[in-house]
Design a protein around this ligand. Sequence first.
Ligand code: PRX
Length: 658
Amino acid sequence: MSDLDVLLQEDRSFPPPPQFSAQAHTAGADIYRDAARDPDAFWARMARELTWIEPFTRVLDWKPPHAQWFADGTLNASANCLDRHVDGPRRNKAAIVWEGEPGDRRTLTYWDLYREVNLFAKVLDRLGVKKGDRVAIYLPMIPEAVVAMLGCARVGAVHSVVFGGFSPESLRDRINDSRCKLLITADRGYRRGQVVPLKRNADRALEETPSIENVIVVRRRPGAEGDLAFPEIVEGRDHWWHRLMHDAEHDGESFVREPEAMNAEDLLYILYTSGTTGKPKGIVHTTGGYMTGVAATTKYVFDLKDEDVYWCTADIGWVTGHSYIVYGPLAVGATCVVYEGAPDWPDKDRFWQICERYGVTIFYTAPTAIRAFMKWGTEFPARRDLSRLRLLGSVGEPINPEAWMWYHEHIGGGRCPIVDTWWQTETGAIMITPLPGVTATKPGSATVPFPGVSAALLDSLGKEIPEGGGLLALTRPWPSMLRTIWGDDDRYVQTYFSKWEGRPDLYFPGDGAKRDADGYYWILGRVDDVLNVAGHRIGTMEVESALVDHPAVAEAAVVGKVHELKGQAIAAFVTLRSGHQPSGELRDELREHVAEKIGAIARPDDILFSADLPKTRSGKIMRRLLRDIAEGRALGDTTTLADPGVVASLKEQYEHQE
Ligand code: PRX
């Protein structure tokens, strides 16, 4: 049965629990109606919940496909996350409750974080980092990662966080694309009991990053040096974080570094994400609109209250970490749990142990994790007290109804609403989601657009499909939308606003969806050559480029195949250069080669050697057929192929591979 068929049969519906609705931020008002009446006025109201240095008078300037929001206002993102809380009753409230994988713990109050961020901003000043300069951050999930991001925001530098699991080459390319001046990294991180030697990886990247002037290195775990050679420190270029912070603290002046007044449209950050070409795109987010989007969605989607203990399990290397670990939750003054490591280390109940230990009330994770929990069994959550949980969230990929129901029963105890939140790196904030006190949920559906957001299902000609399957579109600009692709505005226009001819006002996210009779959206996944492996976005072209980079490979085609846990897994079809023979060793070598080039998340699950790849008569690789082969489906029409025999032999090989 296809995904669509499964979803068409899903008719369970869960109204919001009355006790939840009664206490929710949405109680007593109809924010859908308010927003629908005048979306710009709604967003302006949301924006005014932030603290502005110079209040804005303009709301939206829309010259499709370029938007500006609140363009004559000034504000600072770090001041919105910190300064406004330390002047009030949240001053001594826990902002970050951190746990490292080895079990080390730290709690930073809003005051602590405020102090650290100010000191770090002074460090940035001293290293000559100025407003508009780009700073690369390559750190594990430690409090310093948050301090580094907010420190950049404070001085007006643009951060570019690179996921710690990315390879040296991936780091190098991202640094070079936006010419970062400074790199912030750590001697190590921990993952499944293993040390991740971040500084060593960074050193390999730094061999070819001429724009980098300085490197700041966090000592992740002082006193635990034994298991890793001390990283090499290059005199004059590399600086220990703790030394710089110590010097900033003892410079005889106040620790306060006033926040830079940023125009609402000044850049806050760049975050690279995969697209349909081999080169990741630097998604550009600005300050005022982004902060408005993340603060409003954090407040209403997660119904965050001062008493909550909120935990988003993402890594700050992804947009979910930016918006829903750092900027959104801190802007609304939440207590956030931050955890460094894997969910099954040292045992498969680690997440539930953390929920119990800190009394987590709101928990936000990805379907791939939920499917792993299901596979591990109910005994792990059952060991722990999860009774404080009141709301659950899901993000990153479609959640299958079975996983939704399991999450609802075994983690939520049948009482917690689930918010399945659809959005993207480009959208900055959640776009399609239930509001937990208002929207009845249906397992597998992200439900309806957030107030102020307009979506539609369109066919390829741009005609609206009221009910059924089609292409998802966002039909009005929204404050937290990407502004451009760093250094490539044409690509911005081409990728996102050129799907429907003559309609540069329609944003195309690259997803297919279904709309039901109630107007609910059911996201089906990417319709372009982008894969979603365990919630991570990977371009087929990136993996193909990494494969053809290997001397044995002549040509490669990569497709996603359905995978029980990861959602999608990577299957690669490879033709070899003459003189090279297929072998198990070569297969392993190629898998490693991709992991080395991009990062372990891109390591293909399957590699199939083939004498030829199925192509149309015009020479285009027919991925649809390869997907059918990889998923073991009966083959459809192959008559347009140049050589139908290629497919039959591929299929046979696939079925017989070990
Ligand atoms: O295909 C959609 C899927 O993830 C893509 C965006 O990936 P990324 O930019 O890495 O951001 C992930 C976290 C926001 C989308 O195009 N996706 C994200 N959330 C959902 C989803 N698919 C279905 N349901 C979701 N809730």
